[in-house]
Design a protein around this ligand. Structure first.
Ligand code: DLL
Length: 443
């Protein structure tokens, strides 16, 4: 077994064993856990029991994995409606940690963990790091925010369980991040991709060449980013940039992660069972079709989630991965169904704009989409920073670049948008999740 992992070019870590389970064994394990979690939720969560009773189904109705499609969905509003502890399936005496998502309006959503849930969380994070080629001996700088956000503590305990050295610096304070990265010889960095852009941009001002540092990998997630952005990051910093996915409702970071192939994220499906459904009809879609990702936690104790609608749009990639892992992959998540805006009748996602902008030379990876309206008519302006050398160029050169960018966007979304080239450094930088869309529409 040891040798197999070695041959597959993967970092050996015994905790990663479930990544390589033969499929019949994996399916059997999933069914066993699914039946247990449905029973647990039915016995301890009033909302779930009520929904099952309304449909006239009991936990015993789950005989095969396909029977999951008979179970009711859970949505974010359910967490708000039962705020703060209404979906807990464990008594408070067994809950050892709470996290909460910030939420833009009103109350946050609250999630809970038993000690066993924390063990599973650390385990899946170890599997993420191993998939990024990290191991004992690596120095992992963790710039995800510590606190109620799941990113900081999730990555922290995973890195410790891996046996790596953790620098628990949290988000922000960019100059200090760069100083410690250099002085401590960090070999990996965990943060949002947009925050890493900020670090890349600031380093030369401090006389630091990121390309010369021991840094070899980035574990970037918590927000959508495109392959174009990955190319920019990898070439600017001379590292491998891996995509990590997760959400508070399911566990936090560690639901899925890319392997060295960087072609889709392996879902740790022995703990999180993925389905793709049509977001309109809610019918399950066949493998390979794009739709909404729905996740069921197979081992969560404190707060099991049955068929949670993530709003994240992706597709299941079921073809075997050359890395040897048998767990399925999802295509990287470039959009959420609720990110979409409609301009002159056309559905547009911020990631489409990012892809179109970054395909053109001469623009920096910093952009913002501003939505305005004149009565019922919505309008959009895309603002993108140009690189300092372009900015000092002639008006003609700037106009040429503007036209190229407009054409690139039009090719992707089929409509023309207003495009404004702005000075280097004029768009706000983020330390956590970037805010790409500024909605200034008034109704
Ligand atoms: O962002 C957990 C996390 C922390 C993931 C650190 C990765 C790294 P929430 O704040 O609950 O949890 O936000 C979850 O963020 O439903 C996606 O829409 C988005 N998201 C997270 N990771 C990715 C990713 C954390 N790699 C929501 N690509 C999710 C695209 C992502 N979107």
């Amino acid at each position: 077994m040891n040798e197999f992992w070695h041959d597959a070019g993967c970092v050996f870590h015994p905790v990663s064993a479930p990544d390589y389970l033969p499929l019949p064994q994996l399916r059997q394990l999933q069914l066993h856990r699914l039946r247990a979690v449905v029973e647990r939720a039915y016995d301890h969560v009033a909302l779930f029991r009520q929904r099952m009773d309304e449909r006239g189904i009991s936990p015993a109705a789950v005989q095969t994995l396909d029977d999951i499609a008979r179970l009711p969905f859970t949505v974010k509003v359910d967490l708000r409606d039962t705020y703060p502890f209404g979906l807990f399936a464990s008594p408070m005496s067994e809950v050892v940690r709470l996290h909460a998502s910030s939420g833009t309006t009103g109350k946050p959503i609250v999630v809970a963990y038993t000690r066993e849930d924390l063990r599973v969380w650390a385990e899946v994070m170890v599997r993420c790091f191993a998939a990024c080629g990290l191991d004992r001996g690596d120095i992992i700088q963790n710039a995800y925010g510590y606190g109620l956000f799941t990113g900081g503590l999730g990555a922290h305990y995973g890195a410790e369980a891996l046996g790596a050295t953790v620098i628990p610096i949290s988000g922000g304070n960019t100059d200090r991040q760069i100083m410690l990265m250099k002085d401590f010889g960090a070999t990996a960095l965990c943060c949002t991709p947009s925050y890493f852009l900020r670090i890349i941009e600031r380093a030369p001002d401090l006389g630091v060449d990121i390309r010369e540092l021991p840094l070899k990998a980035g574990v970037f997630g918590a927000e959508p980013w495109t392959d174009e952005m990955r190319k920019r990051i990898e070439s600017a910093a001379d590292i491998k940039a891996y995509d990590i996915y997760g959400l508070s409702e399911i566990i936090g970071p560690g639901v899925g992660n890319e392997c060295r192939e960087q072609n889709g994220l392996h879902i740790f499906e022995d703990h999180f069972y993925p389905e793709i459904v049509d977001p309109e009809t809610l019918q399950p879609l066949p493998d390979g079709c794009e739709g909404e990702l729905v996740l069921t936690t197979l081992s969560k104790q404190a707060m099991p989630m049955i068929r949670y609608r993530t709003r994240d749009i992706t597709a299941l990639q079921t073809e075997p991965c050359p890395c040897g892992r048998t767990i399925r992959r999802i295509r990287r998540i470039s959009r959420r169904s609720d990110d979409m805006f409609i301009i002159r009748g056309v559905n547009v996602y911020p990631s489409q704009i990012e892809e179109a902008l970054l395909a053109v030379e001469g623009v920096a990876p910093h952009y913002q989409i501003v939505l305005t309206n004149d009565g019922a008519m919505d309008d959009v302006e895309v603002q993108v920073e140009v690189t300092p050398d372009v900015f000092s160029d002639t008006v003609g050169a700037m106009e040429g670049l503007r036209r190229k960018l407009s054409a690139s966007i039009e090719r992707v979304i089929n409509i023309r948008v207003n495009l404004r080239l702005v000075e280097p450094n004029s768009i706000a930088r983020s330390e956590g999740k970037a805010r790409r869309v500024l909605d200034q529409r008034q109704r």
